[in-house]
Write a protein that binds this ligand. Structure first.
Ligand SMILES: C[S@@+](CC[C@H](N)C(=O)[O-])C[C@H]1O[C@@H](n2cnc3c(N)ncnc32)[C@H](O)[C@@H]1O
Length: 280
């Protein structure tokens, strides 16, 4: 199975758990551990979520709260890469208001079905969920004001392409405002090689400097990576447990190296037009 097929299967199962009244706690992991993992738990303030359908909140599998940190203005168009059950799309739709629009993009049918049902229950009209892959975004060039995402880009096997696609669909001056897991320092090979840890947003995480370099290569400016949660040894024990890994040996080598971060960047504004031919 490829990374993408495994990710699709695990997040399809997570969506079905929520759709049948369960919780997405433990993320895409098959591990039946008690309680939520340290990455996805307690991300939203109740004042943000109390007007959302319960299933949208239960399906939350992010690692941050991009809509709380991003600037979103009335009338703007927002795109959420890997929108899952739709929590950040519904929150964005509120912020951009009826003259704006929020798109969610996801490749997993079960997640799209859950998100569309959550939209129906929320009674929100300025939202559209699209089926597709973040490596090949089904929207035209220069069509979006803000790209958000919550713990998804680390899942892609081709992150450079995802960032180039985000750049393409953003309007000149558009903002990239993404929560993601990143690493700092060397991570043991056993962790990088675990497919389940990849699906759980760990193994595929980029080093922070590499993330910034890939954003710059895609054309972004004003790049900033701000840690929002740094994972300690007990957190490391939780996400390594049950993955066929020697937790006691590895947890100390992982401590402090994984963090959730808020990543900002801007697509440069178009050059001033100097004549009919010079700004095409
Ligand atoms: C960790 S969950 C995050 C969901 C949501 N952003 C949230 O905060 O709850 C990852 C989501 O991204 C989707 N996804 C993963 N890789 C994708 C890809 N390459 N293209 C489109 N969707 C993808 C999965 O189907 C899943 O719904």
């Amino acid at each position: 199975m490829t990374v993408k097929e495994t990710v699709r299967e695990k997040y399809g199962q997570a969506a079905q758990r929520v759709a049948t009244g369960g919780s997405s706690c433990c993320g895409a992991s098959a591990r039946p551990i008690e309680g939520c993992d340290p990455i996805t738990s307690n991300l939203y303030d109740p004042s943000q979520t109390n007007e959302l359908p319960d299933a949208a909140v239960k399906a939350s599998l992010g690692c941050g709260n991009p809509t709380a940190l991003a600037t979103l203005n009335p009338g703007e168009t927002v795109l959420d890469l890997g929108s899952g059950g739709g929590i950040d799309v519904l929150l964005s739709a509120k912020r951009v208001g009826p003259t704006g629009k929020a798109y969610g993009l996801d490749m997993t049918d079960e997640m799209l079905a859950l998100a569309r049902e959550n939209q129906r229950q929320a009674g929100v009209e300025n939202v559209e969920f699209l089926k597709g892959e973040i490596e090949n975004i089904p929207l035209p060039d220069n069509s979006v004001d803000v790209v958000i995402s919550n713990c998804v880009i680390n899942l892609s096997a081709d992150k450079g392409r995802v960032l180039r696609e985000a750049f393409r669909v953003l309007k000149p001056g558009g903002r990239f405002a993404v929560s993601d897991v990143v690493t700092r320092g060397e991570v043991p090979a056993e962790v990088r090689q675990s497919m389940l840890l990849w699906v759980g947003c760990i193994a595929g995480a980029l080093e922070d400097y590499d993330y910034a370099a890939k954003l710059a290569k895609a054309g972004f400016e004003q790049i900033d990576i701000e840690p929002t949660r740094v994972y300690n040894i007990e957190d490391a024990r939780q996400f390594l447990a049950g993955e066929g890994i020697d937790v006691n040996a590895l947890a100390p080598q992982v401590e402090g190296k994984f963090m959730s971060a808020f990543i900002r960047a801007v697509k440069p504004s178009a050059k001033e037009c100097c004549g009919p031919a010079c700004c095409s």
